[in-house]
Design a protein around this ligand. Structure first.
Ligand SMILES: [Ca+2]
Length: 159
């Protein structure tokens, strides 16, 4: 079953002739063996590999952001999905776990949040305005041991 079919079933609305997706644009969004391909943007805390996922443990009272820049085409629309498992004591700056897409000027194109102590898939779409975007994975912490896990981070053009 395609992702779009799954979403269609979940929402209870038909997606007429489910649209097709282009190739995967995220490098190592499945974290099979490591977290290579991602850069620690703020260096607030740590990001490590754990059992096929990225584990983000921010410093207390801060947010950690792991970033990958991917090529896109202005005017084209992209489908974004990922799995977020947010295990914070409470949200920090309204963030528990977040997958966001931003362009080079840091304008927000898409923000997908997972609620605090919630685990599951997030999905959405954005239309590119430049030839690259930042794929940003955020974790937040208000106490020691507040962690957020990411897996299956994906960005694909909607054809
Ligand atoms: Ca994985």
């Amino acid at each position: 079953m395609s992702i779009l079919c799954a979403i269609s079933n979940m929402l209870g609305v038909p997606v007429a002739s489910a649209f097709k997706l282009g190739p995967e644009l995220v490098v190592n969004g499945e974290f099979t063996d490591d977290i290579s391909g991602w850069d620690d943007f703020y260096e607030h805390g740590s990001a490590t590999w754990e059992n096929g996922r990225m584990r983000i443990e921010p410093s207390v009272n801060s947010q950690s952001l792991q970033r990958q820049v991917i090529p896109v085409e202005p005017g084209k629309t992209y489908f974004v999905t990922g799995h977020i498992d947010a295990r914070c004591s409470e949200v920090y700056n309204n963030v528990a776990g977040r997958l966001s897409i931003n362009d080079a000027t840091d304008a927000h194109l898409l923000t997908l949040d997972q609620g605090n102590k919630q685990s599951g898939v997030v999905a959405g779409m954005f239309t590119a305005r430049a030839d690259s975007v930042n794929v940003d994975l955020h974790g937040a912490a208000v106490a020691e041991g507040n962690v957020t896990f990411f897996d299956n981070v994906s960005v694909r053009e909607i054809l």
